[in-house]
Design a protein around this ligand. Structure first.
Ligand SMILES: [Zn+2]
Length: 197
């Protein structure tokens, strides 16, 4: 998918969920971890990203990767092989209380992939599915349920938070205020990754 910033959006969560839905061996392995709110093992995610990056050299935005220091080091190696170093790393700062509120209220459409939120962006009855033109097929992801959200945040603190220091030391970290509105956060991202476009 390309957005107005002319970046290919590579979301590991989407790639993994597609593998789960297709029932591939990788998907079946990944599913056990995702349902429990745990991180999918590094070698599975790294292999998937390497496959995707090797396929083309367009400008991309990685979403949901890297999530551990080991993944960040593997990414450095991959990008160095490709001669395409990172331009920036975005940190969207959001408090824990706000994260719980947002994740626990999220609903997605199985068919067109759009997401809504019970409070901040509720689904409207008159909104047709982008794929079918009928009602969207809404569901809540297993890992968005309240009890799993708490575990996801603990996993983030233990395994992903160290990346903030890793990228700050390398001069790549750009910190944004993730508690503002959707439009405002988007504008901050755009100004950071595509200034002047
Ligand atoms: Zn839909």
């Amino acid at each position: 998918m390309k957005d107005e910033m002319h970046l290919t959006h590579l979301a590991t969560g989407d790639l993994l969920r597609a593998a789960v839905a297709a029932g591939t061996p990788l998907g079946l392995e990944a599913r056990r971890f995702m349902d429990a709110g745990e991180l999918v093992p590094d070698e599975v995610v790294i292999g998937m990203i390497r496959e995707r990056l090797d396929a083309g050299a367009e400008d991309f935005l990685l979403d949901g990767f890297p999530r551990t220091i080991a993944q960040a080091e593997a990414l450095d190696d991959m990008l160095s092989d490709l001669g395409a170093p990172l331009d920036a790393v975005l940190l969207l700062s959001v408090s824990r209380a706000e994260l719980v509120r947002r994740l626990a209220g999220r609903w997605l459409c199985r068919t067109c992939g759009r997401s809504w939120h019970e409070v901040s962006n509720p689904h409207r009855r008159d909104e047709d599915c982008l794929e079918t033109g009928k009602d969207c097929d809404l569901y809540q992801r297993d890992d968005d349920r309240a009890e799993t959200v708490a575990n996801r945040l603990d996993v983030y603190d233990a395994q992903t938070a160290p990346l903030v220091g890793y990228y700050r030391e390398r001069g790549l970290l750009r910190e944004l205020d993730g508690e503002r509105s959707l439009e405002d956060v988007y504008a901050q991202i755009e100004a950071t990754v595509a200034p002047g476009r």
